[in-house]
Design a protein. Structure first.
Length: 239
């Protein structure tokens, strides 16, 4: 027993602890604080969803937003929601993986692939676990057949466009705020479109963003560790 404890302590000191500290340094205290708050909020929200609780404010928000519906907004929101559809997201992911493989070697390409594929797995898995029905408060412009919680479009846009923006910032530091601003606007618009079109409850979108952000944070941490280990600076403009 004593020998086992010594081995565990040795494993912690030489393997786990250095990597954990490296990840904490990479992610930053504030970032980790945000992640912990999201985890806490998600845990409470998930518990309510599993108990089949109905959120009155979900319906109130949907009906309020629907008051602003008009033909022009319909077209705008349909366009935005398509940017989170699989027939757009999957080709963009493939293009990104191929480009990164050619430009930044296989390690970064692999992390990008893990980021996007992992997001899809999380979305599908959580939908099956919670089995929440989609809203049906009015005649909708599009039809969705999968479960509602969490929003796959919100989760997918967060991991794909969020990670893409992060990678672009590593190459174009001088345009950092412009890149992040465009990505934020794009991600936010996709989530809003799902609520406007009435195919998701607001809490679905919030959960999708939260899960996506947590997964994105983990993948960014992996990226930082990979680039530090390989000795390749993240803000290098060379291939």
């Amino acid at each position: 027993m004593q020998e086992t404890l010594k081995n565990l302590a040795r494993l912690w000191m030489h393997e786990v602890n250095p990597r954990l500290m490296s990840f904490v340094t990479t992610a930053g205290v504030i970032w980790l604080g945000v992640c912990l708050l999201l985890l806490f909020g998600l845990a409470n929200l998930a518990e309510e969803v599993l108990e089949q609780e109905v959120f009155a404010f979900d319906e109130t928000i949907l009906l309020w937003i629907n008051n602003f519906a008009n033909p022009v907004m319909n077209q705008v929101m349909l366009t935005m929601t398509r940017l989170g559809d699989p027939d757009i997201v999957v080709p963009l992911t493939c293009i990104g993986v191929v480009w990164l493989w050619w430009r930044w070697r296989w390690r970064i390409a692999a992390i990008f692939a893990i980021n996007c594929i992992g997001g899809a797995v999380l979305s599908t898995g959580f939908k099956l676990i919670f089995g929440k029905e989609r809203p049906a408060l009015w005649s909708q412009l599009i039809t969705e057949n999968s479960y509602s919680f969490p929003s796959g479009h919100a989760l997918g846009s967060m991991v794909l466009y969020g990670f893409s923006a992060y990678l672009l910032v590593q190459r174009f530091q001088s345009h950092k705020w412009l890149i992040y601003g465009i990505a934020t606007l794009l991600i936010g618009s996709i989530g809003l479109s799902r609520i406007y079109l009435g195919v998701h409850w607001p809490t679905d979108v919030v959960a999708g963003y939260s899960i996506g952000f947590l997964w994105l944070s983990l993948c960014i941490g992996l990226f930082q560790l990979a680039t530090k280990r390989s000795g390749r600076p993240t803000n290098s403009s060379s291939g």
